[in-house]
Design a protein around this ligand. Structure first.
Ligand code: DQA
Length: 153
């Protein structure tokens, strides 16, 4: 069974109450339930973590390096600032998918700069809670592709 880490960064615990015009009404609990349902359908195991602290996110990535096959991360504001999270993702050598609820390219210019994009396989941005479900499917596809390549070596 595939093991997938899902990380939610700062302020995402406030979803449903925070800037609803941008992030919608769905709470983080509801998003996590949707992710868990999708994971059951895709037959993969997930570990989910939300943290407002950069250091905790870095530690969580490192602590799960031997468990995780892939990583889905909405680093929220740390996307635009955190070299530490970027380095943590690069360091574990696990395929990562960057996620955003809002379309960061339709907002303030500073949100167009992601420090983690370079160490992720790809980015899914602007589909609301669905972004996470698309990322889950993308992760499974990425892992299938990697297994195929290894088998053909
Ligand atoms: C976000 C976009 C970020 O720019 C912002 O700081 C967030 C949420 C999103 O999911 O759309 O907190 O990552």
């Amino acid at each position: 069974m595939r093991h997938i880490l899902v990380i939610h960064g700062p302020n995402l615990d406030l979803l449903g109450r925070r800037e609803k015009d941008i992030y919608g009404e769905t709470t983080l609990n509801q998003i996590n339930q949707m992710i868990e349902e999708e994971a059951r359908e895709l037959n993969c195991e997930i570990r989910i973590k939300q943290s407002n602290s950069e250091g905790e996110i870095v530690s969580f990535i490192g602590e799960n390096r031997d468990w995780a096959d892939a990583l889905i991360i909405n680093a929220a504001a740390y996307t635009h600032t955190s070299i530490a999270i970027r380095d943590a993702i690069a360091g574990v050598e696990i395929p990562a998918v960057e996620v955003h609820l809002s379309n960061v390219y339709r907002r303030e210019p500073f949100r167009r700069n992601s420090l983690i994009a370079e160490v992720c396989v790809g980015q899914i941005t602007g589909f609301g809670p669905q972004s996470y479900l698309l990322a889950l499917r993308a992760s499974i596809d990425i892992l299938k592709e990697i297994s195929k390549k290894i088998r053909n070596l």
